[in-house]
Design a protein around this ligand. Structure first.
Ligand SMILES: Nc1ncnc2c1ncn2[C@@H]1O[C@H](COP(=O)(O)OP(=O)(O)O)[C@@H](O)[C@H]1O
Ligand SMILES: [Mg+2]
Length: 448
């Protein structure tokens, strides 16, 4: 730059010297000097004109070319423009990335300027808060979010904690709202859908309440009997035996409950299916049907086994036994005496399928979606009387989930229920074993 200035001054001096020299020779040195200055001025004006015209044209390319100081000026402008363009590109990229990220986040984001005026909002803000960036720009947030808790939160100026409000767009959803102040008076509002967390918390509360209730009843009975025993003046041996038997029954009930709880917690916490093998379901069902006959006892249910003997299942044997025995025990417990319970193990278009078909009282349709919920019972007294914990079908559901299977329940009041465990084809195996084909547990289908 310095060099070009020096050159420019030399050019000016050169012009002045040449013109005043020629002027001296012609006898008009002063006029010649003026002429020289006018030529220099004309050259300068021409460059200024070119620059002005180019600036006016607003075109970024073809900046005028020139030599000397003007060339330097044009080059500097060209460099400056390139730098600006690079920065603009960077800024655009950053903005695109930010918009992409904020559009993808499930959380609502609203940027507010001074006085809580909406400046910008992401798409989730429309879904959760009903705030639209284009439509609501310039409006106060309190015009749209009218919840009194939110107004109080905004006014308080204390944004250490988040607050919880119902979503103005979908009142069934619960939102956690956190405000983060930034800059001089701007704020960022983040709204998170915490409906599922709230639901989980409610479930946890219910669960604790349910367990406490389930344990309290047998404990009350046991401590009642113990008190009676203590107060007995002349203990009668038969009476004591009777009390002890009843206390034992309650203790077994608590044992069942704790066992089922432990099974459930294992199913929920253990990584999916550590010990997998090809399970011999027909053999397992033969054993379970024997246990079911014992459970049926004097009620003499007709327990029918209908199995494809070479059909096997890839899975965890203990878990499957637990699920199947829960379904079989339910069928026996909720089916009146002398009626039939069919245990069917067969292949289907989708894959292996285990069905328990009973001829019991059936379940009303409104209960069906809730049966696998913990402690859900259609008839609590009846469930307890038969030794139920209300956790059996939850265990079944979890085991099936871990085997990529699903539970189907069909029931007609007064006619009976069918519980179907549908396993996927990927887990279905077939053993080519001539011996097992003759095993006695393949009985003909004797369904009515
Ligand atoms: N085969 C069935 N027939 C009629 N009702 C059933 C049958 N299986 C389950 N239920 C109903 O579903 C409820 C939940 O079953 P489950 O989770 O196994 O708990 P429970 O310990 O009470 O058997 C039972 O209390 C009962 O009301
Ligand atoms: Mg049960």
């Amino acid at each position: 730059m310095r060099e070009s200035w020096a050159r420019e001054i030399w050019v000016l001096i050169g012009i002045l010297v040449v013109f005043s020299g020629l002027g001296l020779a012609a006898g008009h040195p002063f006029d010649a000097l003026l002429l020289g200055l006018a030529v220099y001025l004309a050259l300068t004006l021409r460059h200024l004109f070119l620059l002005h015209r180019w600036l006016q044209s607003r075109r970024r390319d073809d900046i005028p070319e020139a030599a000397g100081l003007w060339g330097d000026v044009f080059d500097s402008i060209r460099l400056l423009m390139k730098e600006t363009e690079r920065r603009e590109d960077q800024l655009t990229q950053t903005l695109t990335r930010f918009q992409g990220t904020s559009a993808a986040t499930p959380d609502a984001m609203v940027v507010m300027a001074h006085n809580n005026v909406i400046e910008w909002a992401n798409p989730a803000a429309e879904r959760l808060l009903g705030v639209t960036s284009a439509r609501d720009h310039g409006l106060r947030i309190t015009n749209l979010l009218r919840d009194p808790d939110f107004a109080g939160y905004l006014e308080s100026g204390d944004f250490t904690d988040a607050i919880t409000i119902p979503s103005p767009e979908r009142p069934e959803k619960t939102l956690s709202i956190q405000i983060i102040p930034f800059g001089s008076s701007q704020k960022l509002l983040i709204g998170r859908d915490i409906t599922h967390l709230e639901r989980l918390e409610a479930m946890r509360r219910d669960f604790v309440a349910n367990i406490s209730h389930e344990l309290r009843t047998p404990l009350t009975v046991i401590s009642g009997f113990l008190e009676t025993l203590q107060d007995m003046e002349k203990p009668d041996f038969d009476e004591i035996r009777q009390y002890l038997a009843m206390m034992h029954e309650q203790a077994i009930r608590m044992q069942h409950l704790v066992n089922d709880l432990l099974t459930l917690s294992r199913l929920e916490t253990e990584p999916p299916l550590l010990h997998q093998s090809t399970v011999d379901v027909p053999a397992m069902l033969a054993g379970l049907s024997q246990t079911a006959r014992m459970l049926s006892g004097p009620r003499h249910h007709d327990i029918v086994l209908d199995v494809e003997p070479d059909l096997r299942l890839e899975g965890n044997e203990d878990e499957l036994r637990s699920a199947f025995s829960n379904l079989i025990n339910n069928a026996v417990r909720y089916t009146p005496a002398d009626r039939s319970v069919i245990l069917k193990w067969a292949d289907s278009a989708e894959g292996a399928r285990f069905s328990v078909i009973d001829t019991g009282d059936g379940i009303a349709p409104q209960h069906l979606p809730h049966l696998t919920e913990r402690f859900y019972r259609v008839d609590s007294a009846r469930s307890r009387a038969t030794g139920g914990t209300g956790l059996g079908l939850s265990i079944v559901k979890h085991v099936l989930l871990r085997h990529d299977a699903r539970l189907g329940i069909e029931s007609v009041l007064g006619q009976g229920s069918t519980f179907v465990c549908q396993f996927p084809r990927l887990r279905t195996r077939r053993i080519v074993d001539t011996d097992s084909a003759q095993l006695p547990h393949h009985l003909p289908d004797t369904r009515p």
